[in-house]
Design a protein around this ligand. Structure first.
Ligand SMILES: [Zn+2]
Length: 87
């Protein structure tokens, strides 16, 4: 486990989970299943993987630019998927 602390309560107890993440930007939405997150067990604060968020954002804007087909779901990076299916 990583040794980082919650910004809000200072706890170092985290649990890894996969959730449905809804990305929104200027009134448009992209639903992303199996998004790996870390949740603070003390206060419930949810922390997102920066690399995962970046990929979601990239895909979102690719759809906006019509360089990728619009859909509700995106393909997560292989590494993230492996973390999710392992649970
Ligand atoms: Zn916390």
């Amino acid at each position: 486990m990583k040794t980082k602390r919650c910004n809000f309560c200072g706890s170092d107890r985290y649990v890894e989970k996969c959730i449905e993440y809804l990305y929104s930007h200027r009134g448009k939405y992209l639903l992303v299943p199996d998004t790996p997150v870390e949740i603070c067990q003390e206060c419930g604060m949810v922390y997102y993987d920066a690399a995962v968020l970046k990929e979601i954002e990239r895909h979102f804007f690719a759809i906006q630019n019509q360089s990728e087909a619009p859909d509700n779901y995106i393909q997560m990076p292989t590494k993230a998927l492996a973390r999710c299916s392992a649970q």
